[in-house]
Design a protein around this ligand. Structure first.
Ligand SMILES: C[S@@+](CC[C@H](N)C(=O)[O-])C[C@H]1O[C@@H](n2cnc3c(N)ncnc32)[C@H](O)[C@@H]1O
Length: 183
């Protein structure tokens, strides 16, 4: 199963490297480190941006989120088909997550978990995505973003940013960043 998903991911990455932004799905270690930054005891659903083949989705479910408590936005149709087939109760939105504020409606989330390849975007788009995601959070919520860079993908001064994890067991090694609205 994992081997087939890796091949599928590689195929989509070859077809659209800028959109996919990685050659392999997140490792189990990275997916767990991302999910560890969420708290299923907090009220509210979780929004996942760019689930791909579902590596992080799997970790969120293992952490305690029922699929029906997860909304995911995926732009690639093949990945979206895969997520839909795997978790029919997950709320899947087939769309460009960069139009986030138009897509989420009135729902507010405990966490936004993003696998979007932000480093492939210009800085102003990254910043807009961060502010849009923070505006969709319930009080005290967080945006969790991973990246392959040594610095946060965007560092707006008005936002609190913490490096939550450094994961060596991933190709390439990755860092997990947690963004919160400043008090
Ligand atoms: C680096 S992969 C991460 C996949 C998965 N979250 C993981 O960790 O293995 C990026 C994912 O984001 C999706 N994606 C990239 N840009 C997107 C956009 N603007 N809107 C929605 N999905 C997007 C890609 O199709 C891909 O599934």
């Amino acid at each position: 199963m994992a081997g087939r998903e890796h091949l599928r991911f590689l195929g989509r990455a070859a077809a659209n490297p800028v959109l996919v932004g990685a050659v392999l799905p997140s490792s189990r270690a990275l997916a767990r480190a991302i999910a560890a930054q969420t708290d299923p005891a907090r009220e509210g659903p979780v929004l996942e941006l760019g689930p791909g083949t579902g590596a992080v989705t799997t970790a969120l479910i293992a952490r305690g989120y029922a699929p029906g408590r997860i909304t995911a936005i995926e732009r690639d149709e093949e990945f979206a088909d895969l997520i839909e087939a795997r978790w029919p109760h997950l709320h899947l939105i087939r769309a460009n997550a960069l139009a986030l504020s138009d897509l989420a409606g009135e729902t507010r989330f405990a966490h936004v978990v993003s696998g979007l390849p932000l480093l492939n975007l210009p800085a102003w788009m990254r910043e807009r995505l961060v502010f849009d995601a923070l505006s969709l959070l319930l009080p005290g919520g967080s945006l969790i973003q991973f990246s392959y860079g040594f610095h946060p993908p965007v560092e707006p001064p008005e936002v609190q940013i913490a490096r939550a994890a450094q994961v060596w067991l991933n190709l390439p090694p990755a860092r997990v960043w947690v963004y919160r609205a400043a008090d």
